[in-house]
Design a protein around this ligand. Structure first.
Ligand SMILES: N[C@@H](CCC(=O)N[C@@H](CS)C(=O)NCC(=O)O)C(=O)O
Length: 219
């Protein structure tokens, strides 16, 4: 199996399945394509985006479908909670991440290498940040008893929200206590640290994902 991803510093959608595979130590080859060279991605894949998972003759595009496939192919990973209510909520919050938070995406592009002090958000982006904290509080308080992740053990929902944690980290977004603790869990995870180390070792700049705001390079 091979997972084709974009630049690790910027590619939020790539981070999601990559993290799930890395957390579980799945033996999957990684191929990286530059987001500065979209014609190559568009020539290679009909929908013209990354990530893509290749399993023999099968190509799976879209992060959610890839996560679902990995979880089914490696059942020990248990991507979704076993209990039906928890699973329905995990699928709801993951789908919400996949389909919503446009202001957050626009105003807080992922840039793992950088820290942006005094970054000001619009009211719409502030509403997105509030909703995400509400989701994290709901998951942690009602379903997170078995461990530090959204549903206790690490799952697809955590993979979906990990890039949001990276955005909050770069923009130093002020969060409530439960959300801060959850961000700490994500940032301390060995697989996330590996992603950050690999993102830091990249030198390529993708101009359209760079913010016009003073920044500090994170070590
Ligand atoms: N819905 C897709 C989104 C994938 C996506 O937008 N990927 C970005 C990189 S993070 C991309 O390939 N952009 C290239 C383009 O839009 O031309 C998913 O969940 O995988």
């Amino acid at each position: 199996m091979k997972l084709v991803i974009g630049n690790q510093n910027y590619s939020t959608w790539s981070m999601r399945p990559w993290l799930f595979a890395a957390y579980h130590g799945l033996e999957i080859e990684i191929e990286k394509l530059s987001l500065n060279n979209l014609p190559v991605i568009k020539k290679r894949f009909a929908h013209g985006k990354v990530p893509v998972l290749i399993d023999g003759s099968l190509e799976i595009w879209d992060s959610m479908a890839i996560l679902q496939y990995l979880s089914e192919t490696y059942p020990d990973t248990r991507g979704w909670p076993q209990e039906a209510h928890a699973r329905a909520v995990a699928q709801s919050v993951s789908a919400e991440m996949h389909s919503s938070f446009q202001a957050l995406r626009r105003e807080l592009p992922m840039n793992c290498r950088k820290y942006f002090p005094d970054y000001q958000l619009s009211n719409t982006a502030i509403e997105d940040v509030k909703r995400i904290q509400q989701i994290w509080n709901l998951c942690r308080e009602q379903y997170g008893g078995g461990g530090p992740w959204l549903f206790g053990r690490f799952g697809i929902a955590d993979s979906m929200y990990a890039p949001v944690v990276m955005r909050f980290r770069s923009m130093d977004i002020k969060l409530d206590r439960v959300s801060q603790e959850y961000c700490f869990t994500v940032c301390e995870c060995a697989a996330v640290k590996k992603w950050l180390a690999e993102a830091s070792s990249e030198t390529e700049i993708v101009d359209e994902d760079e913010l016009d705001h003073p920044s500090v390079v994170l070590s």
